[in-house]
Design a protein around this ligand. Structure first.
Ligand SMILES: Nc1ncnc2c1ncn2[C@@H]1O[C@H](COP(=O)(O)OP(=O)(O)OP(=O)(O)O)[C@@H](O)[C@H]1O
Length: 252
């Protein structure tokens, strides 16, 4: 197991957000974390990235206790794409290159530049390379932030609603790239997603959070009308179209 979360509890002051959270992720898996607004998805991602410390329980990354892994070593292993990002006066190229920081010893190497150029190309961002990130659209910026995590070459990427700002074409493209990169380089991806259909198309495993706990966990078989009703309170029909399991919500 590359990630093992056991009995994790988290509170903001006295308010309980996560409780008894337990799941395991195998190397190379693409896991989708699902749940309503406020269910605790971002909090869980922040615990796995050591931005927040659980009040109880353990998180193991490759069998090492996360609380004992230092920031520098963690940055080589885990990349994080947060829910919200702002542009700044740094160019797109430099922003991507920043992802190499955990690997750079004295100065930027040829390899660092090469990896950055490859990701720039992969995400079709070459034309923006010299533009400042505060001069990009929301979707373009989102691709840069995802690119920075790829440049980091981590074993695990945590992505919090990565397709949020993206148009339909870019949603499919970014998810396809993430899947290809994950499978090619055996990278594990843990992705918070609101679009269940998109997540059904690209993810291997699903984790439904409800009231701060894991309500259901497993493959596509857990995405049932009954579970969606329990977690989201919405009536849905689940059908297969062209080989893709598809959720059709109904108005109440
Ligand atoms: N810094 C904070 N201090 C206090 N409460 C917080 C803080 N950050 C988040 N919360 C609360 O914790 C709960 C879980 O938040 P979290 O961001 O983990 O939910 P989420 O499932 O990611 O939601 P969304 O789908 O809306 O992004 C929410 O009720 C939120 O208001």
């Amino acid at each position: 197991m590359i990630v093992s979360v056991d009995d994790v509890e988290f509170k903001y002051k006295s308010i309980q957000i996560l409780k008894d959270v337990k799941f395991e992720v195998k190397s190379g898996e693409i896991v989708s974390i699902l749940g309503i607004n406020g269910a605790g998805k971002t909090t869980l991602m922040k615990c796995i990235n050591k931005i927040l410390a659980p009040k109880k329980g353990t998180i193991l990354i490759e069998n090492s206790d996360l609380s004992k892994i230092n920031r520098h070593d963690l940055a080589k292993k885990v990349g994080y794409v947060p829910q919200r990002s702002n542009g700044n006066f740094m160019t797109v190229f430099d922003s991507l290159l920043l992802g190499r920081r955990p690997h750079i010893k004295w100065e930027v190497s040829k390899k660092d530049i090469e990896i950055t150029e490859n990701v720039l190309k992969l995400l079709d961002l070459e034309k923006y390379a010299l533009r400042n990130t505060n001069e990009l659209s929301g979707g373009e910026l989102q691709k840069v932030i995802i690119g920075r995590a790829l440049v980091q070459e981590p074993q695990i990427i945590l992505l919090d609603e990565p397709t949020n700002n993206l148009d339909l074409k870019n949603q499919l493209e970014v998810m396809k790239i993430l899947k290809e990169v994950s499978k090619k380089n055996n990278i594990t991806s843990i992705i918070v997603m609101h679009d269940i259909n998109l997540s059904l198309r690209y993810c291997d495993k699903f984790l439904m959070l409800k009231d701060g706990s894991v309500f259901a966990e497993g493959g596509k078989e857990i995405i049932t009308s009954k579970n969606i009703m329990e977690v989201y309170g919405v009536n849905t029909q689940v059908h297969e179209f062209n080989g893709h399991l598809t959720i059709i919500p109904e108005e109440s």
